[in-house]
Write a protein that binds this ligand. Structure first.
Ligand SMILES: [Ca+2]
Length: 404
């Protein structure tokens, strides 16, 4: 049944591609020109000063970045690392089972910077996402964590290498033994975006009066922004099951992963007020009342947590699939997914652009090894037409949609 679904959806995607190629918009010609550009760029890593163009206009070919070579371990002995953020040259890391936040600089040992009080780890709940806000001379570390009665967001001043007292940002977020969400990130608009899972109560994802199964948008002090899509509500988008990944592309558009049930995991482009379908639809449904994912995967090969956008490429941490995924989108708007390191490093929890310009990813360590790692792998930049060629050398997967 699933195989048939896969084939049908894949064929549908292919047909859409063909339609795009013959609709008189000059796609074929532009693809040829991107190939020329690709050859001029091939074999040399373009300096990081050249920023990827994310416009999906066929006149503006994109570029992407791809991992090259073998990942090297830059931190080890972590207790299920969940999130990592930067403060100056330091990296601060949350660990799922404990409220202790650790920090390190490249090449140096881990050290504790303090403990977030009241963290309760049950199921997938625990010490989850981190974010950093700099206000003048003040540096705030934000943390999303589970308590004995749900989830909350707190912040602590980070000064002279240590965390200060806890300030409550938002209490009373839904929580439970599973589907706690927990990724937090400041957007380009300075607002704090938060993924909240449906806490194993699927119907809450469609309940506009519940914060479960939502992506929230709030001010740095937990208030409702005046320009949120639902007046007076923190809800930014709904119909999510257990999103744990947030990233913005070059155009400032928000994207998020969603951890599916037993059908489809998703990469979604998030629109303000958009409804992403759960639990009515999992994966692509073609119902205009709900926004379909841009890319979807069988759950055994993905199980997405963290999401990053780096110079034209999305990277997704695959927990269940124990691999890292990249998603690139070509100039015609067609996404393409590639898997890396399947089974090599255990469950991959988070991925981010590294302090050294490499791609970093957080893992739970190898099977039977409790020690979580942070790994670093170099990235190389290629032009859009080459992204597919490079990815074809890896293991392609996922079921693409054509972006309108
Ligand atoms: Ca969905």
């Amino acid at each position: 049944m699933k195989t048939r679904d896969f084939d049908r959806r894949a064929n549908a995607g292919h047909m859409r591609n063909e339609v795009l190629g013959t609709d008189g918009r000059g796609v074929t010609v532009v693809r040829a020109s991107t190939i020329v550009l690709a050859f001029t760029m091939l074999g040399s890593v373009i300096s990081s000063g050249v920023h990827a163009q994310s416009s999906r206009s066929v006149e503006s070919p994109t570029s992407c970045v791809m991992p090259v070579g073998n990942p090297t371990e830059i931190a080890s002995g972590l207790n299920i690392p969940w999130s990592a953020v930067y403060v100056g040259s330091e990296v601060l890391v949350s660990q799922h089972g404990t409220g202790e936040i650790v920090a390190f600089q490249l090449g140096e040992e881990l050290r504790s910077v303090g403990t977030v009080p009241g963290v309760v780890a049950r199921g997938d709940g625990g010490m989850l996402g981190l974010a950093v806000l700099t206000e003048g001379a003040n540096i705030w570390l934000y943390a999303y964590h589970s308590t004995s009665s749900g989830n909350r967001i707190v912040r602590m001043a980070y000064s002279e290498g240590a965390l200060g007292e806890v300030q409550l940002v938002l209490d009373g977020l839904p929580g439970g033994r599973g589907h706690n969400g927990g990724r937090i990130a400041f957007g380009p608009d300075g607002m704090l975006y938060v993924t909240v899972g449906e806490t194993r109560n699927p119907d809450l994802a469609q309940d506009r009066n519940s914060l479960a199964g939502k992506i929230l948008r709030m001010t740095p002090t937990g208030g409702v922004p005046t320009d949120n899509p639902i007046n007076g509500s923190l809800v930014y988008s709904l119909g999510h099951r257990n999103s744990q990944g947030l990233a913005w592309d070059d155009r400032g558009e928000l994207w998020a992963t969603d951890f599916g049930d037993d059908g489809w995991d998703e990469l979604n482009r998030i629109e303000p007020g958009g409804n992403y379908g759960w639990p009515i639809i999992e994966g692509r449904g073609g119902n205009p009342a709900y926004i379909d994912p841009v890319m979807q995967w069988h759950t055994q090969e993905m199980g997405p947590s963290g999401l990053a956008y780096v110079d034209g490429s999305f990277f997704i941490a695959g927990l269940t699939g124990q691999r890292l995924w990249s998603v690139t989108i070509d100039a015609a708007g067609n996404p393409d997914a590639t898997a890396y390191y399947a089974g090599e490093f255990g469950r991959v929890r988070h991925v981010l652009e590294g302090r050294d310009g490499n791609l970093w990813f957080l893992t739970n360590g190898r099977r039977g090894d409790p020690g979580g790692q942070i790994l670093s792998v170099p990235l190389t930049r290629v032009a859009a037409a080459e992204c597919s060629r490079v990815s074809a050398a890896g293991r392609r997967g996922g079921v693409p949609a054509t972006i309108p």
